[in-house]
Design a protein around this ligand. Structure first.
Ligand SMILES: Cc1ncc(COP(=O)(O)O)c(C=O)c1O
Length: 388
């Protein structure tokens, strides 16, 4: 048997990782400004993370969700405190898509409606409901198109108002900052309008913070740059720093009933140990502040390159537009300069997603490699072709 061939693989085999670096089987070192797709929050193989998981491995890896689990209580408590959502509840799952699926179910259970609004360039995952509200028909199978959904223009309060006033919308789903779509930050006014309209019309506001949450932007959640409180917030990626775990933060007015939601593996003992370690490190090492400062450092440093057309984002979630498709550029950054970066659904956008613990020296190292790669790239025909 072979793995089902759905991933276009880079020619790199990772064997070891630590902090902001990974190493391949030949011992070559790479600077990781991609974090395996915004997953690495506290840094690879953080000693506290390893210790907590190792300790838990020796105790209990798993028991069903039908026994008391003090660790899960501890995760919810700490998450409530660090995220400034102490009155919300936490439902733990295994991935981002599963978090979205459960958030949509909760919304529909609550207002009994089925129509969902999402936005252009959105990405919410690949399970049935999540992929249906993702703005990419290529990854949605016929069986996924099970309810009415509208994809509206990004940041368009007018379009949103027109649809929400019909009074039949179950949920509005917005990414805290659009990730795969190329790092697009929602306007504060737009978020505020969405919150107000949702309240007036009985629609549930869901903030997808799967990529932008857990301190990545310098605030615990990206939507906290605006004074709003969504009904539901989805999390995953940075929550486990590589351990598969996700969750939904649920506003107090949602009533829990036995059996309403459930999953075998969501919030196992081991997942909770990993999640708790992440939160403890975020707090102890003040990683929100660090993410904010490193973001400011990167944005300032990017100003020196006139080739960069746009810089978007904040903290450790930055997108830059180059005057050519970034595919070959990213490859060269990896092969020649030993630096990982991310792509997006927009061909010319490079996504920069280091861990929140990235150091100032590592940012300098990244900028030096980026600059060298860019000036080398400018002499290539591909640059001539696209830089008009
Ligand atoms: C904003 C957002 N939502 C949802 C998902 C889906 O998460 P997962 O791949 O863990 O199912 C992703 C994954 O990239 C994402 O970026």
């Amino acid at each position: 048997m072979k793995p089902f061939d759905v991933y276009p693989l880079m020619d790199v085999t990772i064997q070891r990782s630590l902090g902001s670096y990974v190493w391949d089987e030949k011992g070559k070192q790479y600077l990781d400004f991609y974090g395996g797709h915004a997953v690495i929050s506290i840094g690879h193989a953080h000693p506290h993370f390893i210790e907590r998981i190792q300790d838990q491995l020796k105790k209990t890896i798993f028991y069903s969700n039908f026994v008391q689990n003090e660790l899960r209580e501890a995760v919810a408590e700490k998450l409530g405190q660090l995220s400034a959502y102490p009155s919300y509840s936490l439902f733990m799952v295994n991935s981002g898509a599963e978090a979205m699926e459960n958030a949509l179910k909760l919304a529909s259970f609550k207002n009994k409606r089925t129509k969902v609004i999402a936005f252009e360039r959105s990405f919410h995952g690949r399970t049935s409901s999540a992929v249906h509200i993702t703005d990419n028909p290529n990854i949605s199978a016929p069986i996924n198109k099970g309810f009415e959904r509208l994809i509206l223009p990004w940041n368009s309060s007018d379009a949103l108002e027109q649809e929400l006033r019909k009074g039949d919308v179950c949920a509005v789903v917005v990414e805290g900052v659009q990730g795969i779509g190329g790092i697009h930050v929602p306007d504060p006014d737009f978020l505020k309008t969405a919150e107000n309209l949702c309240k007036q019309e009985g629609t549930i506001l869901i903030l997808d913070e799967i990529q932008s949450g857990y301190g990545r932007t310098g605030k615990f959640f990206a939507h906290q740059f605006t004074d709003i409180k969504p009904d539901l917030i989805t999390i995953a990626k940075g929550m486990g720093n590589g351990f598969p775990v996700g969750g939904v933060l649920i506003a107090p007015d949602f009533e829990a009933k036995y059996g309403l939601l459930g999953t075998t593996f969501g919030g196992t003992h081991l997942a909770c140990a990993a999640s708790l370690a992440v939160l403890e490190v975020i707090e102890q090492e003040q990683l929100l502040k660090n993410a904010q400062l490193r973001g400011e450092q990167m944005i300032e440093a990017f100003q020196q390159f006139p080739e960069i057309e746009t810089i978007r984002g904040m903290g450790c979630m930055i997108g830059i537009d180059l005057p050519f498709p970034v595919k070959a550029f990213r490859k060269e950054l990896i092969q020649e300069y030993g630096v990982f970066t991310g792509s997006s659904s927009q061909a010319n956008t490079l996504r920069i997603l280091p861990s929140l613990a990235v150091s100032s020296a590592e940012v300098e190292q990244f900028i030096a490699a980026f600059g060298a790669c860019l000036s080398n790239f400018k002499s290539k025909p591909i640059y001539e072709t696209f830089s008009i």
